[in-house]
Write a protein that binds this ligand. Structure first.
Ligand code: ACO
Length: 385
């Protein structure tokens, strides 16, 4: 029965580590040098000079837009922010207690039912569907939050950019320019990151030629987990548990002794400092000083020092999730919305990979190496014990 174990596989790699599963021109990571580029442009340049809308265009279409192209793309995003009435009603009526990532899955699936381009397969139809989802996710998150907290929903303001408009819909007042810009940068930094778990989940679903909403729902489910996007929310929980920098040493050493993971550290690809974490740390520092509240940043920096001392030689450094929560906290974003905000930013990366992969599609279908017995007799139920 050797044939049962003959997978024809080249090599087994747990967690698909190191496996090349697709060709892509969207982004690249140098995990040893701590570098990330989107379509060839270093993330630091985009964080400095770009906007989320421009970066989204770059990721989706392959090049930076001209002024006219950006204006057209931005106004398309603004128009598509508005939810169909039935989706708005559904979001407002969803129960207040589930995790907002579960709400987001339901709402994105529901929104797909009212997508006028639902059954279009031409490039323009697919692009409209993609841009519609990217534009609608912030509205879904903000409307849900307002409804669950008993507040009136705040419709999108068509004069505001993507980042500023989200903060406006969430808080019911326009953010100051500086905070809107910091949030815009956080969205740029989270927009894309190669074949991470959620992007791969989206690609696997899309590779069956399913629809884009189904692919995004798959991705949201994968992002929710604490080993992926769900880590950002847990970092803040940990900082609260620790309470002050002088307690960090004991907490971290105990956790490591008990083989518990410190959230916001480690990465499958980066074996050095995640470049996104470096930028987010600067803004976490800046906002802590601006608001004269260094509680979280001082505990965070102490944890970083201990973790690098203890595990730096194993390539464990802060990842994107470590400092993002401190930034979001200062922007007034509720803690359980940190991961939905990650999804809001990453929706463009998911969509870009789905579009790229399905243009030259092949269904994903890996195999498992069978480790069970070769032959077992079937025992009738009355004879089993
Ligand atoms: N805390 C303590 N030890 C860690 C951590 C951590 N955060 N991350 C990895 N390690 C250790 C592991 O215990 C393991 O040690 P061992 O070799 O002695 O057994 C070694 O480093 C390798 O860990 P793996 O789990 O094999 O690494 P993998 O590449 O599979 O996992 C992951 C990467 C999931 C990100 C992991 O580092 C982790 O669990 N981090 C904490 C959760 C987190 O921050 N997730 C967000 C990642 S970024 C993102 O998805 C947006």
């Amino acid at each position: 029965m050797g044939v049962l174990k003959d997978t024809g596989a080249i090599e087994y790699s747990k967690g698909l580590e190191g496996v090349i599963a697709a060709l892509s021109s969207i982004s690249a990571i140098d995990g040893n040098e701590g570098k990330l580029i989107y379509r060839g442009i270093p993330i630091e340049m985009l964080a400095k000079y770009s906007s989320y809308e421009e970066t989204a265009y770059l990721l989706l279409y392959g090049d930076l837009p001209t002024r006219e192209e950006l204006d057209e793309f931005s106004s398309q995003m603004r128009e598509l922010r508005i939810l169909p009435k039935k989706v708005e009603d559904c979001v407002k009526e969803l129960p207040p207690n589930p995790h907002p990532m579960d709400i987001l899955k339901v709402a994105v699936a529901h929104a797909g039912l009212y997508d006028p381009d639902q059954y279009r397969c031409c490039r323009e139809g697919v692009m409209r569907k993609v841009i519609r989802i990217i534009a609608q996710i912030p509205t879904i998150i903000a409307y849900y939050h307002r409804a669950r907290t008993g507040q009136e929903i705040v419709p999108p303001d068509q004069n505001l950019g993507h980042a500023a408009n989200f903060l406006y819909m969430l808080h019911g007042k326009k953010p100051d320019e500086e905070e809107a810009r910091i949030f815009d940068i956080a969205l740029i930094l989270h927009a894309e990151h190669g074949l991470n778990a959620s992007t791969f989940a989206a690609m696997v679903t899309a590779s069956t030629l399913s629809d884009i909403n189904s692919a995004i729902v798959s991705a949201i489910g994968a992002l929710k987990g604490p080993l992926h996007g769900g880590a950002n929310e847990r970092v803040l929980k940990m900082l609260d548990e620790i309470g002050s920098p002088d307690k960090a040493e004991e907490y971290v050493l105990n956790a490591l002794k008990e083989k518990r993971r410190i959230m916001g550290f480690g990465h499958r690809v980066y074996k050095t400092y995640d470049p996104r974490a470096r930028i987010l740390k600067e803004y976490a520092e800046y906002l802590s000083d601006k608001y004269n509240d260094r509680k979280y940043i001082s505990i965070g920096e102490k944890i970083e020092e201990i973790m690098i001392r203890e595990l730096g030689n194993k390539g464990i450094f802060p990842n994107v999730d470590f400092y993002s929560g401190i930034v979001y906290q200062f922007l007034g974003i509720p803690r359980d919305l940190f991961t939905p905000v990650f999804a809001m930013a990453r929706s463009v990366g998911w969509a870009a990979h789905v579009c790229e992969y399905t243009q030259n599609n092949r269904i994903f279908r890996p195999r498992a190496y069978y480790t069970g017995p070769d032959y077992v007799e079937y025992v009738p139920i009355e004879n089993r014990r």
